[in-house]
Design a protein around this ligand. Structure first.
Ligand code: AMP
Ligand code: MG
Length: 490
């Protein structure tokens, strides 16, 4: 057997088999002239896929959806979802396909999925296509998030289709190949619940338990345990977004996973200067998904998940409400604990043990947030430079703040707690996908020059180790960059 056949024969169709009601067998639109723009060699190897094969003409056609590996059953997945608060009973993969599942080198089952592979029965008015800029943006940001140790879908490759796609003008088309521990969404449960097919809802929950939270199967109430696991995973995830300064931009229930991985990078962005009200998405006119709203909106989405799961939690739905509400009530505590622990680590303050030290650390956290709000202060650079202050050089960080008296007083209290500079550098990145750099790289790539994107990828996929030659990737946005807006990513 060739390496290629060996690797592709591993694609299973478990989702399509176990949840046929949520899976429409479908095939990708033919890409007239597929060209590999970027391949994640490391990830390919982790998946047992041969990078040489993926670069070959047949491999590239596979990544565009046009060569279907033997035994694979590509499907479009059905799901519903609340979009900006209003319920759509049928969304589904309008321009995406699940090729099937692979087993990675750790024995984990993961989805191999394509985005931009043509119209499906869920496409509604959409053209089923995606364009180079937004697909490379998802590739770049998801791989940066992974390197920042934030649970996320991964990106395997972006293939340009060779077709021009109508957007605001004509743009080069592309397909993203992504990998996720699954594509089960809150919206998948909403869809299954709305069918009133209890058996389907139960099979969906059992599938989710088996793939993500196998321990839930042993609980007294496995479905309540599944719900609790999702609540915990999302509390942890959103805390990490907040700590790193990530704004997802479109936290609709169809864009929230059951696994707790970040999914569907559209109009997302990282904070430049710290601003709780930061919104980057051009379609988020009300600021629903602003930076500081993300924990509350995650909780709102989880309430929608509870509603979908009530019949599983108790045969008598009235009786299911109280335990579900109790579990959801734990979200705020879990979120706050994760955020607070993470903030203390950003300040170099390891769990101290004593209550008094913990209180002092918490006060330092509150006060540093107040200082940042006093801004404008570049969020990422502030913490990275604070690490330099912990090493005895307070100049860079001191040069960033307005209220020097307040800052100096804060630093004195902070220094007294012996901040650990190494801990700080291990959690405060030097390199993130800064908006001005992302725009620069995507504009070049759309015009045919992929080199700036490759360099940016090199920086952000190793974010905690400062390297000489990469200085411009660590700097804040230029003053003339202005207010950043991202467009829906379609
Ligand atoms: P998103 O906000 O990108 O997560 O997408 C929301 C819904 O719109 C999903 O059902 C997508 O499949 C669908 N969609 C987005 N863009 C397109 C497109 N160009 N063609 C067809 N469906 C699309
Ligand atoms: Mg989506």
């Amino acid at each position: 057997m060739t390496a290629a056949a060996e690797s592709t024969a591993l694609l299973d169709g478990r989702f399509a088999r176990e949840l046929a009601e949520l899976a429409v067998p479908w095939q990708a639109e033919e890409a007239p002239n597929p060209e590999l723009l970027v391949l994640n060699t490391r990830l390919a190897q982790d998946l047992g896929l041969d990078p040489g094969y993926l670069r070959s003409p047949e491999g590239v056609r596979m990544l565009a959806g046009n060569h279907v590996p033997a035994g694979a059953t590509p499907v479009a997945q059905a799901y519903a979802g609340h979009q900006f608060g209003s319920y759509s009973p049928l969304l589904g993969d309008g321009r995406a396909l699940l090729l099937g599942e692979l087993t990675d080198s750790n024995g984990r089952l993961v989805d191999l999925h394509l985005k931009g592979s043509g119209r499906t029965p869920f496409a509604r008015a959409g053209d089923g296509r995606a364009v180079v800029g937004p697909m490379l943006r998802e590739y770049l940001v998801s791989e940066a998030m992974h390197a920042l140790r934030i649970p996320t879908t991964r990106s395997l490759a972006v293939v340009a289709t060779g077709r021009q796609v109508r957007r605001d003008g004509m743009l080069p088309g592309a397909v993203l190949a992504r990998v996720a521990s699954s594509h089960l969404r809150v919206g998948s449960f909403q869809y299954a619940r709305a069918t009133e097919n209890f058996d389907l809802l139960k099979r969906l929950a059992d599938h989710a338990i088996s793939r993500h939270y196998p321990h839930a199967a042993d609980a007294d109430n496995p479905y309540l345990a599944l719900y609790a696991s999702v609540v915990s995973a999302q509390a942890e995830l959103v805390a990490r977004w907040m700590l790193i300064g990530f704004v997802h931009g479109v936290m609709n229930t169809d864009n929230m996973t059951i696994s707790g991985e970040t999914i569907d990078y559209g109009p997302c962005a990282f904070l430049d200067s710290f601003n709780p009200a930061a919104v980057y998405s051009s379609i988020d006119v009300s600021g629903r998904y602003a930076y500081a709203n993300q924990p509350v909106l995650a909780e709102w989405n989880l309430a929608r998940l509870a509603e979908a799961m009530l019949p599983l939690i108790d045969g008598d739905q009235e009786k299911a409400v109280a335990p579900a509400v109790e579990v959801l009530g734990g979200f705020r505590r879990q979120y706050s604990e994760a955020w607070s622990k993470g903030m203390k680590a950003k300040l170099g303050l390891a769990p101290a043990g004593g209550e008094e030290a913990e209180d002092a650390a918490s006060a330092l956290v509150d006060d540093v947030i107040a200082l940042l709000k006093d801004g404008p202060v570049d969020y990422t650079l502030f913490f990275r430079n604070l690490g330099k202050a912990a090493r005895g050089n307070p100049r860079p960080v001191r040069g960033m703040v307005l209220d020097l008296a307040a800052f100096d007083g804060w630093v004195q209290r902070w220094q007294a707690m012996n901040p650990d500079a190494e801990l700080m550098d291990s959690v405060n990145p030097a390199y993130i996908p800064r908006n001005h750099l992302v725009e620069e790289a995507l504009t070049a790539a759309t015009g045919g020059d992929i080199a700036p994107l490759q360099r940016l990828l090199e920086a952000v996929t190793d974010p905690f180790t400062e390297r000489s030659g990469l200085e411009r990737y660590a700097e804040g946005a230029p003053e003339d960059f202005g207010n950043y807006m991202t467009f829906c990513g379609t």
